[in-house]
Unconditional design. Sequence first.
Length: 327
Amino acid sequence: MKTPIRVAVTGAAGQIGYSLLFRIASGAVFGPEQPVILHLIEIEPALPALNGVVMELQDCAFPLLKGIVPTADLNEGFKGVNWAFLVGSVPRKAGMERKDLLSINGKIFIGQGKAIAANAAPDIRVLVVGNPCNTNCLIAMNNAKSIPADRWFAMTMLDQNRAVTQLALKAGVDTTDVSGLAIWGNHSSTMYPDYFNAKIGGKPVPEVIKHELWFKETFIPTVQQRGAAIIKARGLSSAASAANAAIETVRNLVNPTPAGHVFSVAVCSDGSYGIEKGLIFSYPIVSDGKSWKIVQGLPLGDFSKEKIAATEKELKEEKALVAELLG
Ligand code: NAD
Ligand code: LMR
């Protein structure tokens, strides 16, 4: 048996936490050979509910679960942690944009960034899920400058999965026939699902779905507004699909990407494709299981460039709004 890794999840008593924790403990993220110790971080008033989640985790008798650390103390919560899922934050309600949460949620990520820098293991990697996740990640990263920028991620895998399914449904194929679909930019209503560089059954998507207007009038808005549509239908934001996407994001990062595939995750921009350096921007990414890189040299037409510029502009505006939180 390998040495257990320590995995922190903030907001562990919340909706996403309830779907996420049991799958991490079962081996769905780090594999069937990798034991884990779960650090479950909550705010003080949620500790009684968290205690119920701890009891349920115990009642699963997961062979890979070697310990549980439930806490409201950030130093204890991030002590020795190898991976952190930053989920804890307030979800939006119907009628709000995710960036409307910045004034409520942004400051959470100052203390968490600092506590991660002060306590986590030297190989710490962090996935931010709490919204608005790109800019919350920017805040945490800038308050933890001792941690290299390539360890910080914000989640756009849910948007990729949504886009893949919409393409598969339209083309009447299985989701596994769709490859190369990546989300660019912000996890917001400006995100850009780049269908031009995606393939269905190995052929460029526009050669299989020959309805130019469908992409612009239905596909892109459906993907951009899917979170809002779920809030309208459920009265609550997506949770099981979000937890699933968080699991897939980390699995994609810790395993080699199969040939011909890419995955979406927002990373600290190095200026690739002319995007402002330092923004947390979603790109097509590949991993060798240890390190990741942005896929270079993809052709982008005028339409794609315009969409990518719009989502970059929004991220610059969000960055300006939180300037005083960036340390
Ligand atoms: P929820 O309200 O069910 O749970 C959030 C939990 O976070 C609560 O238990 C709360 O007590 C806890 N919390 C609040 N502040 C905290 C803090 N400072 N430290 C630790 N815990 C704290 O919400 P949810 O449905 O689980 O969603 C969580 C977040 O994830 C929301 O911001 C939501 O918008 C976001 N989200 C992101 C994506 C994405 O694709 N990036 C998808 C779905 C949801
Ligand atoms: C989603 O995409 O489902 C989440 O970001 C929740 C939301 O506010 O839309």
